[in-house]
Design a protein around this ligand. Structure first.
Ligand code: ADP
Ligand code: ZN
Ligand code: ZN
Length: 694
């Protein structure tokens, strides 16, 4: 007799089909099996779902049920834990399960027919003899700090926060943890997440050298569809022991997952910024929990969230903190941090004379410099050019954002709005302007300033730039990096992407020239990011023991006595985190509260805000009951993109559970609202849970 089966299909983000669809099947199919199913006029690949808990409201009458097509019986079904992971992620981040689950699979897997997939599998078998005896590198003897961290990981359950300086040998700890794991349990699998695609080749070669290339696969946005499918199959069928990848790899099917690493766990790129806006770091913690896999988060500058979670257990901490403060192989001398007080430099100079002189001296000695730009799109905050006034919100520990369109200052936290004052409210100066502008021409400018400088061999200085604009073409980043390693480039100018992970040997000076805007941002996480960026950048300097004693980090600022810089001078992350956590606690900001943003986009700002207003009214009762605060709708800091007006509304609660309960109940109301008169003219809306940028 035919059975009723629930199948997930890929549905658009906010379609009414929130759960699974019902079909008939002659065979009994276990949850997690991929099947072809008819959907309207076409056929699509779906996933057999566990039960009817999320069953669709639009269940057709029994006689209208359609039979499923072929099942992908040649593939083992996705595990219950995997199904649980995508189910959790969909609920938590407010997306439809079908959309999230199918998007988590390689595109080709969804497109091939069972017969095509079978052919692909056969071809792969013949291409890959079962084992390849590649030469494997011997691991180095661990330092005392590394051994202690390893021993604690072996002994504990985790999750662990490995708080280790740049170059302290965290990667080596991951490698040896995996090695121990595979000795104990040869069939086990490990997942290693990294923030950036350009860090995967480096890491892949280190893991391949240690374990043999046949055991390692990687996932990142640079793979072709066939490569992605091939790697996914290796992980799903268990032949790959180690999976490396960027955030999306957190969804890789790994039936014997025992160990998860999230390297550089503080990095914002772990948060997906469109569609299902998940945090791969947070999902890694959840996945570790349901799979029984140990999770290690590693960073030299942990996120405040993770730092807070790793406070002592008796104070409620849930993560175990491991310390590795020293760099491997040198005398433990971190670079000297120097500040240039820009109040005492020629007006409007981008590069101060002392910094220029220091760069010149490096070039003449044949050493390299790294110049860091902090060009990230911080929302503009106004400041007075004469006194210390800035557009602070009187109600929040945040700065109000300058909205050019109507010349207003708005707080993105509480919504407080005023017209831009004519003159500085503190001193009457009429010259009020946005902080931190005009860095586009920095490389050119530097080239002019250093034009006459010669290297030791008499050849002229070479200044190059690396950022998202210069590396749009495939391979440019690699070739620029190679030129830097080869010593062809003397001064490298770039955005945060040059501060991460790369192991330059001959850099003795790292300079940050325009960082002040991040000290006074409307985004309360900006200073956390700045500190992390500067400390990571400092870690690029003096990696060779021989030159580490000359290495320096320079910061140009108008606020040299800012507490952030005090902590930076001492390379003291715990001090910085302590200060910042205190501020966050006083202001009830994360990690002391939990947030979600609802965003709405429409032709007019009014329509967008009216939708949010109506949404707020609908949720008011349950928000009150659950202890959730709904803030007023405000325009987004980038208020209009391509003639679409954007607005957002902040939802906040001291309890994650309360916030989740509120959002789950509210979600259907928003769907209905969208269909009704007040949803008219709305282009789209979306919820961002645990947003990184407000
Ligand atoms: P991190 O990941 O903390 O930045 P890495 O693991 O990349 O640090 O280590 C930094 C450098 O030190 C690498 O070149 C690595 O090969 C080397 N290294 C790490 N551990 C050891 C060790 N125990 N003995 C010798 N060299 C080591
Ligand atoms: Zn003033
Ligand atoms: Zn405010």
């Amino acid at each position: 007799m035919a059975q009723l089966v629930q199948v997930l299909v890929k549905t658009p983000a906010h379609s009414q089909i929130a759960g699974s669809l019902s079909y008939l099947s002659e065979q009994i199919l276990s949850p997690g099996t991929l099947v072809r199913v008819p959907l309207g006029q076409r056929e699509t690949t779906g996933l057999v779902w566990e039960d009817d808990s999320g069953a669709s409201a639009s269940q057709p009458a029994a006689e209208k049920l359609r039979p499923i097509g072929q099942a992908f019986n040649m593939l083992p079904p996705l595990s219950r834990q995997w199904l649980k992971l995508v189910g959790f992620a969909a609920n938590y981040y407010q997306r439809s399960i079908g959309e999230l689950a199918l998007a988590a699979l390689p595109q080709q897997l969804r497109e091939l027919s069972p017969a095509q997939l079978l052919r692909r599998l056969k071809r792969q078998e013949t291409q890959h003899p079962a084992s390849q005896g590649s030469v494997q590198e011997k691991p180095p003897a661990l330092t005392t700090e590394q051994s202690s961290a390893l021993a604690q990981i072996e002994a504990g359950l985790g999750p662990f926060l490995l708080f280790g300086a740049t170059g302290s040998g965290k990667t080596e700890v991951y490698l040896q943890c995996v090695e121990r794991l595979l000795e104990r349990e040869p069939q086990a699998q490990a997942l290693v997440l990294v923030p950036e695609i350009n860090l995967t080749p480096q890491l892949e070669s280190r893991f391949s050298a240690r374990f043999g290339a046949h055991k390692v696969v990687s996932f990142h946005s640079g793979l072709t569809h066939p490569q992605r499918l091939k790697n996914w199959l290796a992980a799903h069928q268990g032949s790959a022991r180690i999976v490396l990848g960027t955030r999306m790899a957190v969804f890789t099917s790994m039936p014997s997952l025992r160990f998860i690493v999230v390297d550089e766990e503080h990095d914002p790129s772990y948060k997906q910024q469109e569609g299902a806006r998940y945090s791969a770091r947070d999902l890694a913690i959840y996945r570790g929990h349901i799979e029984g896999a140990k999770v290690i988060l590693g960073s030299a500058t942990p996120s405040l969230e993770s730092w807070y979670h790793s406070r002592p257990q008796q104070e409620g901490g849930r993560y175990q903190k491991l310390f590795m403060p020293s760099r491997v192989g040198d005398g433990g001398q971190p670079p000297l941090v120097r500040f240039v007080d820009m109040n005492h430099q020629p007006k409007n100079s981008v590069f101060s004379p002392p910094l220029l002189a220091a760069i010149q001296a490096r070039v003449e000695r044949g050493e390299q410099c790294l110049i860091l730009l902090n060009r990230r799109g911080y929302a503009p905050v106004l400041h007075c050019t004469d006194c210390a006034w800035k557009s602070e919100c009187p109600h929040c520990s945040a700065f109000r954002v300058f909205h050019k369109v109507d010349r207003s200052l708005r707080c993105h936290h509480c919504g407080f709005t005023e017209r831009v004052p004519r003159t500085c409210p503190a001193c009457g100066n009429p010259d009020i302007r946005p902080l931190g502008r005009g860095t586009e021409k920095l490389e050119e400018h530097l080239n002019e300033l250093l034009g006459q400088v010669l290297r030791p061999d008499g050849t002229p200085v070479c200044v190059a730039r690396i950022d998202a604009d210069t590396t749009r073409h495939k391979g440019t980043l690699e070739s620029q990096m190679a030129r830097m390693h080869a010593g062809e480039i003397d001064v490298l100018v770039g955005t945060q992407m040059i501060a991460k992970g790369h192991d330059f040997r001959n850099i003795t000076l790292v300079a940050a020239v325009n960082v002040d805007n991040a000290l006074f941002s409307s985004d309360f996480r900006a200073s956390e990011r700045l500190f992390s960026l500067l400390l990571q950048a400092a870690g690029r300097s003096g990696r060779d023991a021989g030159i580490s004693k000359n290495s320096e980090m320079w910061v140009q600022t108008f606020y040299p006595s800012h507490p952030l810089f005090e902590a930076l001078k001492k390379h003291d992350f715990p001090l910085f985190a302590f200060q910042l956590l205190k501020e966050r606690q006083q202001a009830s900001l994360p990690p002391f509260s939990f947030q979600a943003l609802v965003r709405a986009e429409a032709r007019t700002q009014e329509t967008a805000q009216d939708f949010l207003l109506a949404a707020g009214e609908l949720g008011a009762g349950s928000a009150l009951a659950l202890g959730v605060t709904i803030y007023p709708a405000v325009p987004m800091s980038v208020q209009r993109i391509a003639n679409i007006e954007r607005a957002q509304m902040l939802i906040e609660s001291p309890s994650r559970t309360a916030l989740q309960r509120f959002l789950l109940g509210w979600h259907t109301m928003l769907h209905d609202l969208r269909q009704g008169p007040r949803g008219k003219g709305l282009v789209r809306w979306a919820v961002d849970v645990d947003p990184l940028v407000i």
